[in-house]
Design a protein around this ligand. Structure first.
Ligand code: CU
Ligand code: ZN
Length: 179
């Protein structure tokens, strides 16, 4: 898990002037994904922002129940309910196995678990150290990319998906909005 640096919430406002007020870091691009549950209901928004100090992922959403849920970037930008199998496997440009605690891991798309408390709120922001968005093997290559939240916690080591169970929330990243 050393690849992710948890941060305090830094507001990143999509589509607005190029600066985040709290940090002054320049934002060059914002890519967002609307999150939906298998029944089609709204579950929140995931945002990837390219900033002068790195590439950040933020999630703001609402789970159907409290819990700890596995979360990954998946290779294909397609979320077909009810099982979201259309999103393919984890984004894996390095042809590795799953999980940061797996000696043969990890996938480029492996992310920390996201936790919803009693209010069911999903909220997380992290810096992605090894993300490559465009070009050969990039996350947003020809077939796009998606983010999936699973029904159970990821154990960070069991191939191919950390024993995280069913895919319960899915979102397709839309092409970049350069600002
Ligand atoms: Cu997944
Ligand atoms: Zn994985």
């Amino acid at each position: 898990m050393q690849k992710f640096l948890p941060l305090l919430m830094i507001p990143v406002v999509s589509g607005c002037a190029g600066m985040t007020p709290s940090t002054g870091k320049t934002v060059s691009e914002v890519i967002s994904a609307d999150l939906a549950r298998a029944d089609g209901s709204w579950a929140g928004v995931a945002t990837i922002s390219r900033r002068s100090d790195g590439v950040f992922l933020s999630i703001e959403g609402q789970s159907a129940q409290p819990g700890t849920f596995g979360m990954h970037l998946h290779a294909v930008g397609k979320c077909e309910a009810p099982d979201f199998a259309s999103a393919g496997g984890h984004w894996n440009p390095g042809m590795k196995q799953h999980g940061h605690d797996n000696p043969l891991g990890a996938h480029g798309g492996d992310l920390p678990n996201i936790v919803a408390g009693a209010d069911n709120k999903l909220k997380l922001e992290l810096k992605m150290q090894d993300i490559k968005l465009e070009g050969d093997g990039g996350f947003l290559d020809n077939d796009g990319g998606s983010i999936i939240i699973h029904e159970k916690a990821d154990d960070y080591k069991t191939d191919p998906s950390g024993n995280s169970g069913k895919r319960i929330i899915c979102g397709v990243f839309k092409s970049g909005n350069r600002i």
